[in-house]
Ligand binder design. Sequence first.
Ligand SMILES: [Zn+2]
Length: 133
Amino acid sequence: MSKHSSCPCDSGKPYEQCCEPYHRSKNAPTCEDLMRSRYSAFVFGLVDYLYETTHPNHRNNNLKEEIASTCKGLAWTKLEVLSVWQGGEKDKVGKVSFRASFVQDGKKGLHVEHSRFRRFIKAWMYVDGKVEG
Ligand SMILES: [Zn+2]
């Protein structure tokens, strides 16, 4: 699979027209865009991006190590956004529910999460997520 043909977030758009600008420093305009770009960052192992898009109040001491070990241990294969609440260009908070498929140690798994986002200065930031199951 070429990383540059289609974006790993399954938007159907090329990576360059989807998550790449956010990975290069552009602020995601909506929390769904941020959520998708964080998923793609997990696929590519962009630990710093994932750290920097976590709300400063929720960056615990081990966050970078936790992100790095998730990136190494899991191969994400598919993303489906299930629902979006607020999180638009004029909102201050937002929620995104999503289902992400992965392979770990040769076994398929499913990660269902209800994520919360909050605007910090101009940028959307990930606050936390409730994982189902
Ligand atoms: Zn994308």
